[in-house]
Write a protein that binds this ligand. Structure first.
Ligand code: UT7
Length: 334
């Protein structure tokens, strides 16, 4: 994973007025978040996360066959952030593209990456989740500006036994909810204009309570559906790694799945909602904290703009106790 150094706490936001640590903490569980400075972008965070993943896996950038980057806050309207990451890590001129499914992006991208391997089209796939949504915030809108943070994380996928690795995925989308959480302008329908800038339509707009209701319903449901696709239930889950948007949404999903809190990974208090990076950052920290062992059933679950939602069921097949970070990539960022 890779997150910016700059920490913005609830108390910092409180000083700007119109909100309080108490409100943010009790309604969302967030205490602080990381903020990308001017020179830090989605691709620089994604590239650093990718280099860390390559180093951790002991894989050379030249061995990567496909790069999939989940993001909705790319450096440019186009080209894709995945292409910038390809250049940044010094990979060969392989296939690289973005997946835009907002906060569900990593869950979507992981499924896509795994399909390259299952079909035999690729041996080594790099899947990145990266977003810098704080650059798309209206800092005068207290209903959104307290929620988001920046970051990236990445995984390396390789072939494994059929009863290990990614066992099942369930994905969904409902464009009828496109306007519940969106950036209305800056695309081809409503290009940037003075009027757009004056009305701040190039920033994130959200109908929070409606997204909340959708999230509470869909998180548990999609996780249970993914589990049922591989003959499992909530009782089989060793660790749930949910999208870190709001502690109350996470708790209700866990409840729906019949999971006690010690089987749910939470880090929303330190990063806020990092969109497509949220699930892989949580996964990275769960591995680092020794919360995942070889053979464990791990469920990743997300929801977000689109509307989109999805869950992956994984039987973890890496021996974390034995893993070494000694192998280095051919290139490291400053
Ligand atoms: O990846 C998907 C991203 N989106 C989400 O996950 C969002 C899902 N939604 C939520 O998490 C919650 O709806 C929020 C945390 C955004 C809001 O919590 P809520 O309990 O639904 O609050 P609310 O929007 O109903 O607002 C309650 C009150 C309002 O005041 P009044 O009208 O009751 O006087 C808001 O104006 O809280 C006020 N409020 C705030 N007060 C202090 C809204 N934002 C703030 C704030 N600080 N930052």
């Amino acid at each position: 994973m890779s997150v910016p150094d700059q920490v913005l706490s609830n108390y910092d936001l409180e000083k700007r007025g119109d909100t309080s640590d108490e409100w943010i903490r009790t309604r969302t569980g967030i205490q602080e978040r990381r903020i990308a400075g001017e020179s830090t972008t989605t691709s620089t965070l994604g590239t650093q996360a990718a280099l860390n993943a390559l180093r951790d896996a002991g894989i050379s950038p030249q061995a990567v066959d496909v790069i999939v980057c989940a993001t909705t806050s790319g450096d440019y309207v186009w080209p894709s952030t995945a292409c910038l990451i390809q250049q940044g890590i010094g990979a060969s001129h392989i296939c690289a593209f973005d997946v835009a499914a907002a906060c569900s992006g990593f869950v979507y991208a992981l499924d896509l990456g795994a399909q390259y391997i299952e079909s035999g089209r690729a041996e080594t796939v790099l899947v990145v989740g990266a977003d810098t949504l704080t650059k798309q915030l209206n800092w005068e809108d207290r209903s959104t500006c307290v929620l988001f943070g920046d970051g990236a994380a990445a995984v390396m996928l390789r072939p494994c036994n059929p009863d290990e690795g990614l066992l099942a995925t369930s994905l969904g989308a409902d464009g009828g909810g496109a306007e519940l959480i969106w950036v209305p302008a800056g695309g081809t329908k409503t290009p940037i204009s003075q009027c757009v800038l004056d009305k701040k339509l190039n920033t994130i707009q959200m109908r929070g309570p409606e997204v909340y209701k959708f999230a509470v319903k869909v998180m548990g449901e999609v996780a249970i559906d993914a589990l049922s696709r591989c003959g499992l239930t909530g009782a089989d889950v060793d660790l749930l790694v949910p999208h870190q948007a709001n502690i109350r949404i996470i708790q209700s999903a866990a409840e729906r799945m019949g999971l006690c809190p010690d089987r749910v990974f939470v880090n929303v208090e330190r990063y806020g909602n990092t969109s497509a990076a949220s699930v892989p950052i949580a996964l990275s920290e769960a591995v680092e904290a020794g919360r995942i062992q070889r053979g464990d059933i791990v469920v990743l679950v997300g929801f977000g703009a689109g509307l989109t939602w999805g869950a992956n069921v994984i039987r973890w097949n890496r021996d974390e106790s034995g893993h070494t970070k000694a192998e280095s990539t051919t290139k490291d960022l400053e």
